[in-house]
Write a protein of this length. Structure first.
Length: 241
């Protein structure tokens, strides 16, 4: 399975529209229009490997008052074929990722709000996220009782390449010492750097195009766990004012 992403983040790009329409049509045909219920608010958590997304999840959920468990993209992508791709530090193709996520978002357990960890990661995913917002706003205009508006917030945890690499390798050492399964990208320094650079080259720039579209909170996660938690609380409270 190859990554078939395209480079444009513009939601008016014909390729983006075709991709989104295909995924949406599949949702309608598989679930039925009546089942297409989406969350009232979605918080999109992102950041380089080792930025602390998993470590800080409980802090974010508590601060936002979210009751549902987060949707973690890496957990959705665990077929053997997908695991083989991820083991090289590369990304799964957009159609698969977006289709799985959009279907998961329709679950009733997320109706009051949810955090999504690890999406969007490519230009194609960013474009489809913009298209999802437009679709939800159009559905809300037609049926405000059933469909919420697109209340999206981006949460970006920032970490440097060297810090990302060191944290990934540290995680690998700790998992190995505990006798737990270890990802190849957490023990091989070169693959660890590849994983960071895939994020920097494929994900970071497209994400930054969302700054003018949705609230975008960039949070410094270079400090310790407690210090980063304080930065997260500060950013979220400022957003809520």
């Amino acid at each position: 399975m190859s990554n078939t992403s395209f480079k444009e983040t513009d939601e008016n790009n014909p390729a983006a529209i075709a991709l989104f329409d295909s995924i949406w049509s599949s949702l309608e045909s598989n679930l039925g229009v009546a089942a297409l219920t989406f969350p009232k608010a979605i918080y999109w958590l992102n950041g380089a490997p080792g930025a602390g997304k998993g470590t800080q999840t409980d802090v974010i959920l508590e601060e936002l008052g979210l009751k549902s468990q987060p949707i973690v993209m890496s957990d959705l992508l665990k077929t053997p074929e997908m695991e083989a791709i991820k083991a090289t530090g590369q990304l799964i193709d957009d159609a698969t990722v977006i289709g799985l996520l959009f279907r998961r978002l329709t679950r009733l357990e997320y109706r009051d709000g949810v955090m999504v960890d690890g999406f969007p990661r490519t230009a194609g995913q960013v474009a489809c996220l913009k298209l999802l917002a437009k679709k939800l706003n159009a559905l809300h205009a037609a049926n405000p009782e059933k469909f919420p508006t697109a209340d999206f917030t981006m949460l970006m945890l920032y970490v440097t390449e060297n810090e990302s690499v060191e944290r990934q390798l540290k995680r690998g050492r700790e998992m190995k010492a505990a006798g737990k399964p270890v990802r190849e990208t957490d023990v091989d320094p070169e693959k660890t750097r590849v994983r960071y650079r895939v994020f920097a080259e494929t994900t970071l720039e497209p994400l930054q195009s969302l700054k003018g579209t949705f609230p975008y909170l960039q949070i410094d996660s270079l400090g310790g766990i407690a210090e980063t938690a304080d930065e997260i609380r500060k950013a979220l409270r400022a957003r809520a004012k």
